[in-house]
Every structure is written in structure tokens, then in C-alpha cells.
Design a protein around this ligand. Structure first.
Ligand SMILES: Cc1cc2nc3c(=O)[nH]c(=O)nc-3n(C[C@H](O)[C@H](O)[C@H](O)COP(=O)(O)O)c2cc1C
Length: 331
């Protein structure tokens, strides 16, 4: 039987399949079912930076104007009074008590402001790692891309200074120099980068001439974007890469690992198919490894990354031009 064990963020995982952050990872019942299905780790639903502010607003108000600066707040041990954050920390503690797989907490953040102390509380509650879900919407036209990007590094530095557990970041593909950002983040002390977060975009109903919701869940071809970037970056980074978005089949999970992913995160497919999908991926990857004579995941990880590919340009634009140039109708 092949060994599906891997290392991710320095943690030992018995499978490369991680249940990504969503409402499915928000209760202990679900977390136990996810573990039972064979997940290597679980990322809890994110706490939003705004939630942290809201719950601590009364504490901030008590501070005088001189105290109301970031450095002071960093060292001010704010008491948790309200329920949401208490529940979140309790979920971490319960998950650690009842599960044997690593539990990764998640914070959705957009600024490097006062919320950093909450990362410490997450660590104290027992989380094995923290995933920062970062997305600074590039819609503020007065902000330069440099300003925008430096906020990412401010957040990383602030959180990394506060905790000793591994920190990873989940980012979007929306950067002017995506490759450079992935590389620079990987050298910032971070232990892993998750490529990519997926965003909900509204659609337009042309009959009613109104704006309406579009699909919250990904499609199975959405995997091509993270696949390409994992393949292009996996040999150029100083941390683990995990893929997220569009892993709807076990074959896609194998492709992500061949491209260089340390682990794959699944969310939409769990909504579509249930937690049994994790079991299916593990079983089918093991069977595929047996057929291809691989004893360990490490034996084939990155085999088809850009660096290891016979034709490295295959992941670059030149192939794009070639495909379009040779495309004929009816193909
Ligand atoms: C219903 C739902 C809730 C989600 N909630 C979170 C969240 O709280 N934090 C987060 O980082 N990502 C969240 N995500 C994004 C997923 O973790 C994942 O990055 C994204 O759905 C792409 O992966 P997929 O194609 O496997 O769904 C959510 C996704 C869905 C569908």
C-alpha cells in the first residue's frame, strides 16, 4: 500500500488532502466526519478581521487618545467578552481534544492593524497553524500597487512576530507581478502559500435588469489557473505551496501534486459530493500510485513542474499562442 503521508507547514499529514476553510469546517461534528473520511488536515472557517474589531470595539473606546496607537494595542491583553470569538477559540480547543489531524485556524484580513493579538489567542487555544486569508481589493484608485503589496508584508510580519506556530497565506491571483509576489512572500518567513482563494462575483440578470448572485462554488475547470501557477512557481519558492480552487476530482489532485503542490485543499467538491469525496481521492491516488510504481507522494511531487518539464515553455504564453494558432473548428 503506498504511503500518502506528507509534510505541510512542517506538520505531518497522513494525506495530502486538506478540507479547506468554509462553513463545513465550523462545527466539531463536521470536523470529526472530515477526519473520519481521511483528510490530512483541516482549515477552520475564517474569523474576519472586522469581527475582531467589532467584538473589541468597547475595549478600544476605553483607551485614551494617547493609548490609541498600534504598538500599545499589541501589548494590551484584551479580554474576550462576546460570543463569536469565544466560540472560535473553543472550537479550536475542542478540535484539538477530539481530533488527531492538524487543525489550522484561519483569519480573513485586509489591514495590518490591531487584530494581531488575536493570532496569539489562536495559538494559545491550541491551533497547529494559522492560515491568513488575505485579499486587499485593488479598487482603491488612490492606492498604488506598491502600497497594496506592502500591506501583505506588514500583515505577515506582524502576525509572524506574535506566534511561534507556522503561518501560511492564502492569496488571490490578482497581482500585477504575481510570480514576484509569490516568490517574495515565500521568502518572508511564511511556511506556506495557498494558490488561490476564489471570489464571489455578482452577475446581471438581463430580463429583470438587476444584479444577482452567481455561483458560490467553483467549477471543475477552475483548477487550470492554480495548476499553472503551482507548476511555474514550485521550484522558485522558499515554502510549501498548496493548491485551492477547482479540485473536484482525484485526477485533479494528482495533477496538482505532479505540478509541485505539497497539498490540495478541497471545498466546493465537499459541498457537491459530501465528505466521502476525501475518501475517494485517497483511495484513487493510492491506486494510481500503485499502478505508476510510486511508494510515496514525494516520489512524484513536482515531476511536471515547469523546471522539471521536458518543454518548460509549456506553461508559458508561447504555448497559448501556438494553441490558438493551430486551433481549427470541430476540434
Ligand atoms: C461556502 C464557502 C465558504 C467559504 N468560506 C471561507 C472562509 O471562511 N475562509 C476562507 O479562507 N475561504 C473560504 N472559502 C473559500 C474556500 O476555502 C476555497 O479557497 C475556495 O472555495 C476555492 O476552493 P474550491 O474550488 O475547492 O471551492 C469559502 C468557500 C465557500 C464555497
Amino acid at each position: 500500500m503506498p504511503d500518502l503521508g506528507i509534510k505541510y507547514l512542517g506538520l505531518d499529514l497522513k494525506s495530502p488532502v486538506i478540507a479547506g476553510s468554509s462553513s463545513l469546517t465550523n462545527t466539531i461534528e463536521h470536523l470529526k466526519a472530515i477526519e473520519k473520511a481521511g483528510a490530512g488536515a483541516v482549515v477552520l472557517k475564517s474569523v474576519f478581521e472586522e469581527e475582531i474589531y467589532l467584538e473589541y470595539a468597547h475595549e478600544f473606546e476605553k483607551l485614551g487618545p494617547m493609548d490609541n496607537n498600534l504598538e500599545f494595542l499589541d501589548y494590551y491583553d484584551l479580554e474576550i467578552r462576546k460570543e463569536n470569538l469565544k466560540h472560535y477559540l473553543q472550537l479550536i480547543t475542542d478540535a484539538k481534544a477530539q481530533l488527531s489531524i492538524p487543525v489550522i485556524a484561519s483569519i480573513n484580513c485586509v489591514t495590518s492593524q490591531e487584530w494581531g493579538f488575536f493570532a496569539q489567542k489562536i495559538e494559545t487555544a491550541g491551533a497547529d497553524a494559522i492560515e491568513l486569508n488575505m485579499f486587499l481589493s485593488p479598487t482603491n484608485l488612490s492606492q498604488t500597487s506598491q502600497d497594496n503589496e506592502s500591506t501583505y508584508f506588514d500583515i505577515i510580519t506582524r502576525v509572524s512576530q506574535k506566534v511561534s506556530i507556522p503561518v501560511s497565506v492564502k492569496i488571490s491571483p490578482y497581482f500585477s507581478n504575481l510570480g514576484g509576489m509569490i516568490r517574495d512572500i515565500s521568502f518572508s518567513g511564511i511556511k506556506g502559500i495557498v494558490l488561490f482563494n476564489r471570489f464571489y462575483s455578482p452577475d446581471i440578470d438581463i430580463a429583470k435588469e438587476t444584479i444577482h448572485g452567481s455561483n458560490v462554488l467553483s467549477h471543475e475547470y477552475d483548477y487550470l489557473l492554480p495548476l499553472r501557477w503551482v507548476a511555474m512557481m514550485s521550484n522558485r519558492v522558499n515554502c510549501d505551496l498548496a493548491s485551492s480552487t477547482g479540485v473536484h476530482t482525484w485526477e485533479t489532485a494528482v495533477k496538482m501534486i505532479l505540478a509541485g503542490s505539497q497539498a490540495v485543499q478541497v471545498v466546493s467538491a465537499l459541498y457537491d459530493k459530501g465528505f466521502g469525496f476525501i475518501e475517494e481521492i485517497n483511495r484513487e491516488i493510492a491506486q494510481w500510485m500503485t499502478i505508476h510504481n510510486y511508494e510515496k507522494i514525494d516520489n512524484f511531487r513536482g515531476k511536471l513542474s515547469q523546471e522539471n518539464s521536458v518543454n518548460p515553455s509549456e506553461f508559458e504564453r508561447v504555448q497559448f499562442m501556438k494553441n490558438f494558432g493551430e486551433f481549427k473548428t470541430g476540434q
